[in-house]
Design a protein around this ligand. Structure first.
Ligand code: SAJ
Length: 407
């Protein structure tokens, strides 16, 4: 089987890698010229366990190549970003639409087109399908179309691509059947056949479930700070109940998924999706909560920011709450930023960041931050750990976390 994958980012590249490893011929397409050149030289732009070795081997075996242009294939898979439109929270399908248009000259009878990008409910039926119908195709007869959302967790992408169950949402049952033959190449989880619109809403709802639960934990943290209870202890105790699973509070919710996908549902039913919108607002309020508490702990001086990735052990800083916190705090404090996974011109080493810092603000749970080098940290420095990853500090150092903000 020959597969052409449009978009070689966090999902498209690992997906390409797995098809190639499973004896398919793969063309990975992207608009980023530098990325394409690098990929063809085995230089991988995403930090994800396992992927670099698979792509290098696939290049060697000549079963993978990166290209600026699509090619004829049996299956076309679209893995491009879908941001939201800030004015009305709706799903911005412009990259999906141009990806669909880019493959039209290469489509042949009996091909299958699969959209993996997260899209709002009804997008496949209302927006994607007409693009191909306009070209004379009859979906389900001479061209097949499905929405098969990716559901993998960054950091475990390769493992989850193989083992997670997969939602296969065809426009017709034959479309679902055709799409399941594609994923059957490497997916070992269950292939669950359904309609496109059910697949779309299921995917958006998975991330909404997590966002709402995180909002509950974040709200609990605020309540605890207000009334003087240790939020972390409450979570630990409550989670001993067999049917309770309070999530982990933090400085806000980042990444390209949880911070965006719930809006796709909200935009479709704004009068009804009240809890979903409130959860988004609650999570969006966390950077301000962090800054308010920093101001209670110190009123002036130097703050060392540890971590700007949206979550631990990744170099991805999309929608990271750290940036809002930094922008807010830099108005009144001297700021130094360190992130071992991100290299930006104004970022500094751990040593430089913490030297003479009055407060160390941990915003990300990178492994590197779990055991700090205290020989480099002055004993008057205060640590504020918003990710609850520091358990023990030298006696003289004061540690704040979400368990003791009322002290
Ligand atoms: N976070 C918390 N508290 C928690 C869990 C997460 O504050 O208890 C924060 C993280 O720090 C981060 C954000 O939420 O800022 C999102 O992180 P995440 O690990 O929950 O999820 P993502 O965005 O890396 O991946 C999610 C996953 N969805 C679900 O778990 C339902 C993944 O399976 C999806 O494939 C991915 O979104 C996606 O691409 O949609």
């Amino acid at each position: 089987m020959k597969v052409c994958i449009i978009g070689q980012g966090y999902i498209g590249l690992p997906t390409a890698a797995l098809f190639a490893r499973n004896h398919c011929e793969v063309v990975g397409v992207d608009v980023n010229e530098k990325m394409i050149e690098n990929l063809n030289n085995g230089i991988i732009h995403i930090e994800e366990p396992g992927i670099s070795d698979i792509i290098k081997q696939a290049l060697k075996n000549k079963v993978y190549k990166a290209s600026l242009k699509p090619e004829k294939a049996d299956a076309f898979i679209i893995t491009v970003p879908t941001p939201y439109i800030a004015d009305n929270y709706s799903c911005d399908l412009s990259y999906v639409i141009s990806a669909c248009e880019s493959i039209i000259p290469f489509l042949e009878k009996d091909n299958i087109v699969i959209v993996e990008s997260t899209i709002a409910p009804m997008s496949t039926d209302d927006i994607v399908k007409p693009i191909f119908e306009k070209e004379g195709f009859t979906i389900g007869e001479d061209l097949y179309l499905a929405h098969c959302p990716e559901r993998v967790l960054p950091g475990k992408i390769i493992e989850e691509l193989i083992h997670n169950d997969r939602i296969i949402g065809g426009i017709t049952p034959k479309c679902s059947q055709k799409a399941s033959e594609v994923y059957g190449q490497f997916v070992e989880g269950e292939l669950m056949l359904t309609e496109a619109k059910t697949a779309e809403l299921s995917k958006c709802m998975e991330n909404t479930f997590r966002d709402v639960n995180i909002a509950l934990a974040n709200e609990l943290t605020k309540i605890c700070a207000e009334i003087g209870v240790n939020a972390l202890d409450v979570i630990k105790m409550a989670n001993k109940h067999p049917r309770v699973n309070l999530h982990t509070p933090g400085p806000g919710v980042g990444g390209h998924c949880l911070a965006i996908d719930p809006y796709f549902i909200y935009a479709k039913a704004p009068e009804t999706a009240k809890l979903i919108k409130l959860a988004r607002d609650t999570n969006n309020s966390m950077p301000e909560f962090v800054c308010d508490n920093v101001r209670k702990i110190i009123t002036k001086g130097k703050i060392a920011i540890l971590g700007v990735s949206y979550k631990g052990n990744t170099g991805d800083d999309r929608e990271s709450p750290s940036y809002e916190i930094i922008d807010n705090l830099k108005k009144n404090y001297e700021i130094s930023i360190h992130d071992p996974h991100i290299d930006k011109p104004n970022f500094v080493s751990f040593k430089e960041a913490v030297t003479d810092a009055d407060l160390i603000l941990i915003l990300c749970d990178h492994n590197e931050f779990k055991n700090l080098d205290y020989t480099l940290i002055h004993e008057d420095t205060v640590i504020f750990d918003t990710k609850n990853i520091i358990y023990k500090v030298p006696d003289k150092i004061k540690l704040y976390n979400y368990g003791n903000l009322y002290e």
